[in-house]
Ligand binder design. Structure first.
Ligand code: 0RQ
Length: 502
């Protein structure tokens, strides 16, 4: 470990994960690193979970509140949720155990826009931050920290926390040194200045994180990789969605509304997102750039192929196969990838200025173009809004994609009224399913409804949606026609019968 911890003063603070976990106060707010399964601490959360279990067995139950960048992995969210160790979780999760605890009311979850988290912590809206637990790949002789595979909210946690625990991951290649750009120019209103970035690959900060060495109470070694989610090869539905998007982008270029090399791309997580990026691999566009939050396999392949010249993100989250390629060609990728704090990667000011093309997945959309990204049947949390809102509202083009049906066709993903709204009709420009693409720009609600029903709904549900829309237009207000007593009846039927079909 000594070659990774080059700040001599810290050597006496190297300890086991158990000893470090013992320094976390019961009931405390703990800011952990981690963004979409990358750069999260591995040893300390598991040691904390064991401590929580032992304390409970001894009649001294305690919980902590866990703030991160975004989702983590079984070693963090899973382990702590399993022992009922989390009081409040924010701002995003995707762990099955966590999700279950949230939806059975045993854990609180504050679902936040990812760009808001750092500033809300700085404003004092979230309370005091007791401890930061941050994975790094190394520590410089002057005490500055070399970030790991995700930057997330680490800068903020390190600045705000009373105590800092560092988990040094010797599995992360040292050659990632230089891939990060940490911007220290953010301030709290009324002292804010414009963020000096006009190109997606522009460096505006420094490669290292700062920490007050006096706050560092423990340094723990780990040698374990990130969760490395496997991606399925794109299926037919994902490929159809990707095809509609690529056709549309070509159309926009022909119309003179997009440059030939497009504008910086943001892509959500998941298989559809990967299929779109895979489609770009064989598509006609060159010199692409990425300005996104998570860099996954699809974008790495675009960079490798030369189709994409650079990508900015806050985390790099790869399958094992892509990770092997990343490690083998790390000097090549270091020139082309920048990892930034999520308050910068997702900043509305930059998303607007750079003119991002945002592509995010959804759970359902309604006939007027409102989008639900987070809730099943109005009440149960899936993952969270993540960064989709940061990008959707402020982007140049905002796509939302979904298969037209879920659960083997029992559920229509186009519904009369969304059971929960994350992205309003005002933030949604283009809806895409495997059935087709609805370009909603400049349309009124009634015009939007007809386009969405015609282009995006599954043929099994299309006549039912048309019937609802026709009757709603005879029923009352003509701006956004609804029959309120019936608007959520599809969801109610699904809860009662397991299907939205009548
Ligand atoms: O569940 O696997 O149990 O069948 O939801 O659906 O179609 O596999 O899609 O994995 O892309 O996830 C919106 C959840 C989509 C995700 C969401 C069921 C479906 C399946 C997953 P099963 P798919 P994806 C960047 C931006 C919010 C955060 C975000 C997400 C499961 O994209 O969390 O955008 N987005 N971040 O069967 C009931 C419906 C359903 C449904 C799908 N209408 N009703 N179940 N499902 N539609 C990343 C970050 O911010 C970090």
């Amino acid at each position: 470990l000594a070659d990774r911890v080059r700040y001599a003063d810290f050597h006496s603070r190297i300890m086991s994960a158990e000893d470090a976990a013992a320094l976390i106060p019961a009931g405390g707010n703990v800011g952990m690193s981690g963004f979409t399964g990358a750069g999260y601490p591995k040893a300390i959360p598991q040691a904390l979970a064991r401590r929580i279990e032992a304390e409970r067995a001894a009649g001294r139950p305690f919980r902590v509140s866990v703030w991160t960048g975004a989702s983590t992995a079984p070693e963090l969210d899973g382990a702590l949720a399993q022992v009922d160790g989390i009081e409040m979780r924010l701002p995003f999760q995707s762990d099955p155990v966590c999700r279950d605890k949230i939806n059975t009311g045993q854990m609180h979850f504050s679902d936040m826009h990812l760009s808001h988290v750092a500033q809300h912590a700085w404003f004092g809206f979230l309370g005091r931050l007791d401890v930061a637990v941050v994975e790094v790949l190394g520590i410089l002789p002057d005490g500055r920290l070399i970030p790991s595979t995700a930057v997330g909210n680490n800068k903020t946690w390190l600045d705000l926390a009373d105590k800092v625990i560092l988990e040094v991951n010797t599995q992360v290649p040292e050659q990632m040194d230089g891939m990060h750009d940490i911007y220290y120019g953010t301030a709290v209103p009324p002292h804010r200045k414009p963020i000096p970035m006009t190109q997606p690959h522009e460096r505006i900060g420094e490669p290292y994180l700062r920490v007050d060495p006096a706050k560092v109470v423990a340094v723990v070694a780990t040698h374990q990789g990130d969760r490395n989610t496997r991606f399925a090869a794109p299926d037919a539905v994902s490929n159809q969605i990707a095809g509609h998007i690529i056709d549309f982008l070509q159309h926009e270029v022909r119309q003179g509304r997009l440059p030939r090399d497009l504008l910086p791309l943001q892509s959500g997580v998941g298989n559809v997102a990967n299929a779109v990026l895979a489609g770009l691999l064989t598509g006609p566009f060159e010199n692409l750039t990425g300005f996104t939050e998570v860099l996954q396999d699809g974008m790495l392949e675009l960079i490798k192929s030369g189709k994409m010249v650079s990508a900015s993100a806050t985390a790099i989250s790869l399958s094992s196969a892509a990770l092997a390629d990343f490690h083998a060609n790390i000097d090549f990728y270091r020139e082309r990838i920048l990892l930034r704090p999520q308050e910068i990667s997702n900043h509305p000011e930059l998303v607007r200025r750079l003119g991002i093309i945002a592509m995010n997945a959804m759970i359902e959309a309604d006939i007027y173009g409102n989008v639900n990204s987070t809730h099943l049947m109005g009440s149960s949390m899936m993952n969270g809004i993540g960064g989709s809102g940061d990008f959707a509202r402020n982007s140049y083009l905002s796509f939302f994609v979904t298969p037209s049906v879920a659960k083997g066709g029992a559920i229509s993903c186009i519904v009369p009224m969304c059971s929960h709204v994350d992205h309003t009709e005002h933030d949604v420009q283009i809806l895409v399913t495997e059935q087709g693409l609805a370009d909603l720009r400049g349309l009124s609600p009634r015009q939007r409804a007809q386009v969405i029903i015609d282009r995006c709904a599954h043929p099994d549900f299309r006549p039912l949606l048309q019937d609802y829309f026709d009757r709603a237009q005879r029923a009352g207000g003509q701006h956004t026609p609804h029959i309120l007593g019936e608007a959520l009846s599809w969801h109610q039927r699904c809860l009662a019968t397991g299907s939205m079909r009548p």
